[in-house]
Write a protein that binds this ligand. Structure first.
Ligand code: PNS
Length: 162
């Protein structure tokens, strides 16, 4: 049974993340979507809400588990007995950070490997960062995020975004 961990902040989950989960499920028997308990300065959603939104958006995927982790990702992967991390690569700008992270993780845990999937062309420009900023400033993110996330953002910032 091949399982991979798809780690991230998911603040909030976007259509790009969901697309990656679906494509990851074509390669792996199951996926653990692991939400990091990191406290970034400009975080919009609490951990519980990020998890809840992911669970709603992935409710029709019995092969996906949504979990949280604190501390080092390599320690979490070891605890879960999983040897593969899945990450999405959008653009050249993602590469340096992802390259660093994959290598540090492999240094810390030589058995742990990272598999990258190119984000599909419909989603390569979407980031949680941009979604947060557009929503905060009153723009529409309907085309960028799953319906439960759009509804939550409308409730937070008003539904002038359509
Ligand atoms: O969605 P993100 O913010 O790009 O995800 C980054 C994440 C959470 C996967 C990364 O920051 C992480 O693994 N954090 C846990 C702490 C850790 O293991 N750090 C060492 C590797 S950078």
């Amino acid at each position: 049974m091949r399982c991979a961990i798809y780690p991230g902040s998911f603040d909030p989950v976007t259509n790009g993340h969901i697309n990656l989960v679906h494509r990851g499920l074509a390669m792996f028997d199951s996926l653990i979507v692991a939400v990091a308990r990191n406290s970034k300065k400009d975080a919009l959603f609490e951990l519980d809400e990020r998890v809840e939104l992911l669970r709603q958006c992935l409710a029709d995927e019995p092969r996906v588990e949504v979990d949280t982790f604190e501390g080092l990702l390599v320690d979490y992967a070891r605890r879960r007995g999983v040897g593969v991390l899945l990450r999405g690569l959008r653009a050249v700008s993602d590469f340096e950070y992802e390259f660093q992270m994959a290598n540090i993780n492999r240094k810390l845990s030589p058995d742990l490997d990272t598999i990258f999937m190119m984000t599909s062309e419909d989603h390569f420009y979407i980031s949680s960062n941009m979604v947060r900023e557009v929503a905060r400033l009153g723009g529409s993110v309907k085309a960028l995020v799953p319906p439960p996330v759009n509804a939550r953002l409308n409730a937070m910032f008003g539904d002038k975004k359509g």
